[in-house]
Design a protein around this ligand. Structure first.
Ligand SMILES: Cc1cc2nc3c(=O)[nH]c(=O)nc-3n(C[C@H](O)[C@H](O)[C@H](O)COP(=O)(O)OP(=O)(O)OC[C@H]3O[C@@H](n4cnc5c(N)ncnc54)[C@H](O)[C@@H]3O)c2cc1C
Length: 415
């Protein structure tokens, strides 16, 4: 039995094995053959459509969709997500982001969307391998305020939704949205009560691609995860049918169903990037000769590899532990999921830095490609909320009576 299979159920072992083969036989050869795609293809054409079809055939594109709409039910959803996400990201971080974003939005819709919308949209999603979904929270100003959350009216969302004659009218702008260009369905958050704090004045809406008044602004060019696009969304008197309201006013209170597995996915994807960097480095140090022997025979190099391997195993153990706590409904999963994301992203960033150093000058050249893992690893420090904000949230969750009650200007001094 392989080390990575320890503690997994029979079903999960099979999934892990299947994903591993899929990565080695389909995804990695594709990425090697298309290694310049991330730079040469314009962001609008960068999505690896062939891989979306392949992942769909394995049934991995539509995880999170309820069984009654054709999805797969897992006894331990977060743990299974973590196993698969790690493998997908071992192939390519951007590709993993594209797919995982669909899972997260599916989980959110299955928890919040009325049945008629689930029936309509999950049907379309299941039928079309290129169907992508997106989740639009971040705006040009105040993104971290929403994560904290800074629950006062002046920190509310700038995107506004007002009700008129059977429609919600959306006005505002979102940025950095994963799958933002080309998604066929968006969950969009907007302010529906400017007098309330963000937790009681924010609603969520389902916005199909092509809704009048909804445009794509610029597509951001980022340093890593480049196969996935991040775009600006613009809403100008965008009319949303009344029944496309998902959650009125308290949308962020219900978003935990999305945020918690989201953190596990971030931790697992970062882990996959770290594994890829480690595997590539192991190959290099066994082939590259310096001082009359392969690099791996130099003790300082071996010690560096050992440190990388220890970190990877620690990240995997911690991520799976947090996922298990979530699956088992433990009380304090908020802090645990946040910890897993912070720990994994920082450990993997360090692993990728070491991987680059062990390649010498080649580490920063595109010929070898180890620098791609470093660029990908950097993305996780910022994505899904910054690590500093998550640190703050961990302490708020652990010490709810003191740190956790702070919301707004500091009025109370703790004695
Ligand atoms: C690759 C990628 C994909 C993303 N995908 C999505 C997506 O699909 N949907 C979506 O809605 N968003 C998405 N985001 C947005 C992401 O969640 C935000 O970038 C993140 O929340 C940080 O917000 P910001 O960039 O506006 O930084 P800011 O909020 O401007 O923060 C800037 C700095 O100030 C610090 N800071 C802010 N407030 C405080 C405070 N009160 N105390 C101490 N320090 C503070 C932060 O830690 C950070 O270091 C994505 C981002 C990236 C990079």
């Amino acid at each position: 039995m392989k080390m990575q299979m320890v503690g997994l159920s029979e079903e999960q072992r099979l999934i892990w094995q299947t994903c591993r083969e899929f990565l080695d036989e389909v995804v990695l050869p594709y990425i090697r053959q298309n290694r310049d795609r991330e730079w040469l293809a314009p962001p609008q054409e960068r999505t690896p459509v062939e891989l979306l079809h392949a992942v769909d055939q394995l049934g991995l594109r539509t995880l999170g969709v309820p069984e009654k709409y054709g999805g797969i039910r897992f006894d331990a959803q977060a743990q299974t997500f973590a196993i698969i996400a790690e493998e997908l990201a071992r192939g390519d971080s951007g590709f993993a982001d594209i797919v995982c974003q669909n899972w997260k939005v599916s989980v959110l819709l299955s928890a919040c969307a009325p049945q008629h919308l689930q029936a309509e949209w999950f049907d379309r999603f299941m039928e079309d391998p290129t169907f992508l979904m997106a989740h639009a929270l971040t705006e040009p100003r105040g993104a971290s305020d929403r994560w904290l959350p800074y629950n006062v009216p002046e920190a509310g969302m700038h995107t506004r939704a007002t009700y008129k004659d059977g429609y919600w009218i959306l006005n505002g702008r979102k940025q950095f949205i994963s799958n933002g260009y080309g998604a066929k369905l968006y969950v969009v958050y907007a302010n529906t009560n400017p007098n309330a704090g963000i937790m009681d004045g924010t609603s969520s809406f389902l916005v199909p691609q092509g809704t009048p008044g909804f445009f794509i602004g610029s597509i951001h060019e980022k340093m890593g995860s480049r196969l996935m696009n991040n775009a600006e969304l613009v809403f100008e008197d965008c009319r949303i049918p009344e029944d496309h309201l998902l959650v009125k006013d308290v949308a962020l209170r219900q978003a935990g169903v999305y945020f918690r597995p989201g953190k596990i996915l971030q931790a697992a994807k970062a882990l996959g990037v770290g594994v890829a960097a480690f595997e590539d480095t192991v190959t290099y140090v066994q082939q590259h000769v310096q001082g009359g022997r392969p690099l791996i025979k130099h003790q300082i190099v071996a010690a560096a590899l050992a440190d990388m391997a220890i970190k990877l195993e620690t990240v995997r153990a911690f991520t799976r532990y947090a996922a298990r706590a979530l699956d088992e409904g433990a009380e304090d999963t908020d802090q645990l999921c946040l910890m897993a994301k912070v720990y994994s992203s920082e450990a993997v960033f360090d692993i990728c830095r070491r991987a680059m150093e062990l390649h010498g000058g080649m580490g920063v050249m595109r010929e070898v490609g180890i620098e791609r893992h470093f660029r990908d690893a950097a993305i996780f420090l910022h994505m899904d909320g910054t690590n500093d904000i998550h640190r703050f949230k961990i302490i708020k969750a652990m010490f709810a009576e003191t740190a956790g009650t702070y919301a707004g200007p500091e009025l109370v001094t703790v004695s």
